[in-house]
Design a protein around this ligand. Structure first.
Ligand SMILES: [Zn+2]
Length: 69
């Protein structure tokens, strides 16, 4: 049976395990995919907020700056 390291406790577990027998992490093989997805969502939110700030604060500031030249 192929063994992989649990992403939570790093003990070897079966690739077919649905829960980690050592730490009880449910679905340990999808844990990494889940945290990757979460960090992607966080980055997306950061980008949207940065875009919002740029659009509503930086661009009017730039326009004002250019107008006063
Ligand atoms: Zn574990």
């Amino acid at each position: 049976m192929p063994l992989v390291a649990c992403p939570v406790c790093e003990k070897p577990i079966s690739k077919h395990a649905h829960t980690c027998p050592s730490c009880g992490e449910p679905d340990p093989l999808n844990h990494l995919a889940k945290s990757k997805f979460l960090s992607l969502v966080v980055w997306l939110i950061v980008l949207v907020v940065a875009g919002y700030v740029a659009w509503f604060y930086l661009i009017p500031m730039l326009i004002e700056f250019v107008r006063h030249q």
